[in-house]
Unconditional design. Structure first.
Length: 440
């Protein structure tokens, strides 16, 4: 139960009492700037009286906010639009033709819907690649969560198209930086080695270094991509990206299903962050799971993402943690691979590190991105092992309260303005499909 709230309760001191934190019942005090000032079992006398907002977390587990490191948020409008198809047919016959009719207003409402779903299921930050990203940033700014945005850079070896993509990327980075909002970050987003020329990839690498921003790319999602890269460039995709300067500690590579051992070692040596997307990979039948153990042994930072709603079909990171652990065990025939504590770290600490977010833990001095999970939800009972329950039993539906950057975004499972967003997103989605299916 939350008391003394005022809207999103921004710039208010907060006291979370009786939460289960790291296996113990503790209190958390958050100062007016959104920083966790104190965590402990004996801080009530010192801090409770100072708090302008009291949150009673009795019967709840406090975890860091979840971080979704690879998605296309506005594709929430395409949820269920084209399912059970082969990947290339899905893209070329359904997704790309529909996306040709997208407008900035579509992306704004699709991102609003995605943010609503993410907040309700405990995600406080995400890494987004799509189009009309200025409009996506407006939606995220209003939602109160964090995001990193990149324009999906695709040039198909066309010099004229490349210049258009360069201009769009520069415009987005300039726009995001002009907002001076610490919750919003810009990145450069070459789509994939098979959709971007060497010249385009080299420009993206240089621009990422120049601006000191992330480089977000799809890598080796399918075997066909690997074969195509070998045929065209005489090397595997990771090696090709490295030759273009695209692999560094600023890089976030999504999927990475078809990496071989040498590529895993290469990514580790370059400090690359990797985003595992198990639901999308299984649904699109890419026929291989991310080589988790090889990447871990190589020192890569492994994180978790949902991909877009058209290939998942939701943004529930609790579900993604479970699928990640199960897929790794099943595909690599190892029942001890990717245990629950590592899956939770992928979705919190590792993701925050990849996106450069000053959160990912519940401790003094860290920004307050905190999720409260109801331990009385049937899927959380009994409580033999809290982390196991969170990863293997829980769903986003058990989330009660979400705090991001110290502001309350959902309290007692209530999000302000939710109904309006749902109704408008349905309307916008219907209009988009109608435009796409109307003969020109």
């Amino acid at each position: 139960m939350t008391e003394h709230t005022d809207g999103y309760a921004q710039n208010r001191t907060k006291f979370i009492q009786n939460a289960r934190v790291n296996g113990k019942t503790q209190d958390i005090y958050i100062d007016a700037s959104g920083i966790i000032q104190s965590v402990g079992t004996d801080i009530s006398k010192e801090y409770r009286g100072q708090a302008e907002c009291i949150i009673d977390a009795s019967g709840m587990v406090a975890t860091p906010g979840l971080v979704n490191t690879h998605t296309h948020a506005a594709m929430s409008l395409l949820r269920g639009y084209a399912d059970d198809m082969h990947l290339q047919e899905w893209l070329s016959e359904k997704i790309w033709p529909l996306e040709a009719h997208l407008t900035g207003e579509d992306v704004y409402w699709g991102t609003k819907l995605a943010c609503l779903e993410m907040i309700r299921s405990g995600t406080t930050a995400f890494n987004d690649m799509y189009f009309f990203m200025n409009d996506a940033a407006r939606a995220v700014d209003e939602s109160g969560i964090r995001a990193t945005f990149c324009h999906g850079f695709i040039d198909f070896d066309n010099p004229e198209k490349r210049e258009t993509e360069i201009a769009a990327t520069k415009d987005l980075v300039r726009h995001i930086k002009s907002l001076s909002n610490p919750r919003l970050q810009a990145a450069v987003g070459p789509h994939a080695p098979y959709t971007v020329s060497r010249e385009g990839l080299e420009w993206c690498a240089e621009f990422s270094e120049q601006e000191d921003i992330m480089l977000h790319i799809h890598l080796s999602e399918t075997e066909g991509e690997v074969d195509g890269c070998m045929e065209k460039h005489g090397m595997r995709p990771a090696a090709f990206l490295d030759s273009c300067g695209c692999l560094s500690e600023r890089t976030l590579a999504a999927h990475c299903c078809w990496l071989d051992d040498d590529e895993c070692s290469l990514l580790g040596s370059r400090g690359v962050n990797v985003s595992h997307n198990p639901s999308s990979n299984m649904k699109l039948a890419v026929n291989r799971a991310l080589p988790y153990q090889a990447l871990k042994d190589a020192g890569a930072n492994i994180t978790l993402g949902t991909d877009g709603c058209s290939s998942n079909n939701n943004l529930d990171m609790f579900e993604e943690m479970k699928f990640a652990a199960l897929l790794q065990k099943f595909f690599w025939n190892s029942d001890t691979l990717l245990p629950a504590d590592e899956a939770l770290a992928m979705a919190t600490t590792n993701g925050a590190a990849a996106l450069g977010i000053p959160a990912g833990a519940i401790q003094e001095g860290i920004t307050a991105d905190i999720v409260l999970i109801d331990m009385t939800a049937p899927s959380m009972v009994p409580m033999h092992n809290c982390v196991s329950n969170i990863v293997y039993s829980c769903s986003g539906g058990a989330v009660d309260t979400v705090i991001c950057d110290g502001s309350i975004l959902m309290a007692d499972k209530c999000i302000p303005g939710e109904r309006d967003i749902l109704e408008k997103a349905q309307e916008i989605s219907s209009q988009l499909v109608e435009r796409a299916n109307t003969p020109q």
